[in-house]
Design a protein around this ligand. Structure first.
Ligand code: NDP
Ligand code: GDR
Length: 359
């Protein structure tokens, strides 16, 4: 399939989930590459565009030159068809999702509607609008698909064993992308991305929760934080590095699926220690299970407590990705290390809390 024949020099991207962490970095990346960037945002009762507000010139009119927002929702097929027919994107990045694993146990049906059926709706909207022979499609797949891992490290051939309603919904999305690629010859790729973080990470994901709370402790605005499972291990990279990999996947000759990861794994406990290390505190652990606490070395003040409400009915204990295929095919490697990631997030949250202690 040749997309350059049909698209000429047009570079028009449509991003669902543009207001999220990845949507904001991807928008910046594509605008820098000269793309016209369109994004779908949901109607909300208060502003939900804080991560992208710097990108459009008329924030209240939602009108810009190369950056435009459209109201829509992954649960509404007709709006997806209308938007795609109107803008005729050459690349579509499906980042929209109810993306919180723990919340998906409470909102399981909604998570399936958005993350699974929403992906199907978008693929069908592309076909209905007649651009399926020319547009390229990126699906935000996830290392959560591996769940109860069958092998270490995980690569594109590792079997899946999802452990949450979120992961089950994303499993459907993964396979419907593969199916539409095979059935209709669509240029559709799954990026199986391992956890990636940044100062723009949602406040309820564990890394950002830790850096925000440790920043508050540093400034005397709080004394401790509560967490769930400290022993799960994640392969954490920086979101800015990972959005480049999304784009690179769509620049290949043939559509394929790729794992994107750092190849390094750390426990939540190690992340906590690194964050406190950044403010010059050493944490020592005492007790076991729900009685465990993290104390500040020297003073003995309790800084970390365990709260069972943050445990999940089924946990993903260990993730470690192998992205050698991406390295081989398009020379992608992560630039930001774990230590640099923690430092950037800590510095940003300290600055944020200094500016606005209520943030
Ligand atoms: P975020 O949670 O930061 O962003 C999710 C985006 O989806 C937001 O823009 C949100 O809008 C939007 N959204 C949610 N529900 C709907 C809906 N019904 N209709 C339209 N838009 C909706 O996620 P990230 O940026 O971190 O992740 C991007 C994608 O990558 C997600 O699909 C996620 O599941 C996946 N992923 C993320 C990884 C990570 O480590 N960050 C790793 C692997 C995969 P609003 O702002 O209004 O809430
Ligand atoms: P994850 O990210 O579930 O991997 O999904 P999250 O940061 O929520 O959890 C990581 C690990 O930390 C443990 N944990 C806690 N998690 C949260 N959120 N809050 C806590 O207080 C806490 N204490 C311990 C969790 O149990 C878990 O083991 C993210 C999302 O971005 C998904 O959308 C994406 O697909 C995957 O990463 C890859």
């Amino acid at each position: 399939m040749s997309t350059s024949d049909t698209n000429g020099d047009r570079k028009v991207a449509l991003i669902t989930g543009i207001s999220g962490q990845d949507g904001s970095y991807l928008s910046e990346f594509l605008l820098n590459k000269g793309y016209e960037v369109h994004g779908i945002i949901r109607r909300a009762s208060s502003f939900n565009t804080s991560r992208i507000v710097h990108l459009y010139s008329e924030p209240y009119a939602h009108k810009g030159g190369k950056f435009q927002l459209h109201y829509g929702d992954m649960t509404d097929s007709s709006c997806l068809v209308k938007i795609i027919c109107k803008i005729k994107p050459t690349e579509i990045y499906n980042l929209a999702a109810q993306s919180h694993v723990k919340v998906s146990f409470d909102l399981s049906e909604y998570t399936a509607e958005v993350d699974a059926v929403g992906t199907l709706r978008l693929l069908d909207a592309i076909r209905t609008s007649g651009i399926d022979g020319s547009a390229k499609f990126y699906q935000a797949s996830t290392s959560e698909l591996y769940g109860k891992v069958a092998e270490i490290p995980q690569n594109e051939k590792t079997p899946f064993h999802p452990r949450s309603p979120y992961a089950c919904a994303k499993l459907y999305a993964y396979w419907i992308v593969v199916n539409y690629r095979e059935a209709y010859n669509m240029f559709a790729c799954n990026g199986i991305l391992f956890n990636h973080e940044s100062p723009r990470r949602g406040e309820t994901f564990v890394t950002r929760k830790i850096t925000r709370e440790v920043a508050k402790i540093h400034l005397g605005l709080s004394s401790s934080l509560e967490l769930g499972n400290l022993d799960s291990k994640r392969d954490w990279g920086h979101a800015r590095d990972y959005v480049e990999a999304m784009w690179l996947m769509l620049q290949q000759e043939t559509p394929e699926d790729f794992v994107i990861a750092t190849g390094e794994t750390h426990s939540v406990r190690e992340f906590v220690e690194a964050a406190f290390g950044h403010i010059g505190q050493e944490i020592v652990w005492e007790g076991t299970g729900l009685e465990e606490v993290g104390k500040e070395k020297g003073t003995g003040i309790v800084r970390v407590k365990i709260n069972p409400k943050y445990f999940r009915p089924t946990e993903v204990d260990f993730l470690l990705g192998d992205s050698s295929k991406a390295k081989e095919k398009f020379k992608w490697t992560p630039k930001v290390t774990f230590v640099e990631l923690v430092k950037e997030m800590m510095d940003a949250d300290i600055a944020l809390m200094k500016q606005n202690p209520m943030a």
